[in-house]
Design a protein around this ligand. Structure first.
Ligand code: 5GP
Ligand code: ZN
Length: 119
């Protein structure tokens, strides 16, 4: 999608603070971090959200990307949260599938990190 910010970041039309990349996914730090580790894992191809006909192979690549991000940031040892805000009531603001990886501190059940975005 030509006007999609995450398409541009995922394909290096706009540079970002990258943490991991392979042929299917790109991971970069959220510009408004809600935790010491707050990384977004996105497919290079555009899907609106997690249930927008995403192929199983891409879903597996995203999970692999989460694993790589966890290892690269050290939260594989301490624990982390993965969130996919989907649609308006979840507060999805960028309509290109992205998984939030949050960690580096004790996460609460309530509060903005519970939804993966700031109120
Ligand atoms: P959503 O609320 O859609 O689940 O989350 C979108 C996230 O993308 C937000 O946490 C927001 O801070 C982040 N974000 C939006 N635009 C950009 C950008 O241009 N660069 C980066 N690194 N993060 C972005
Ligand atoms: Zn996109």
């Amino acid at each position: 999608m030509s006007d999609c910010i995450f398409c541009k970041i995922a394909n290096h039309e706009i540079e970002s603070d990258y943490v991991y990349e392979d042929d299917q996914v790109t991971a970069f730090r959220d510009m408004n971090p809600l935790a010491p580790v707050h990384v977004l894992v996105v497919p290079k191809r555009h899907y609106a959200n997690l249930v927008d006909g995403v192929p199983a192979e891409t879903l597996a690549a995203l999970v692999h990307g989460v694993d790589e991000v966890a290892k690269a940031t050290g939260v594989d040892k301490t624990g982390f949260r993965v969130i996919a805000n989907t649609g308006d009531d979840a507060g999805q603001t960028v309509h290109h599938l992205h998984l939030h990886v949050l960690g580096g501190r004790k996460l609460t059940d309530e509060g903005p990190e519970g939804a993966g975005h700031a109120e």
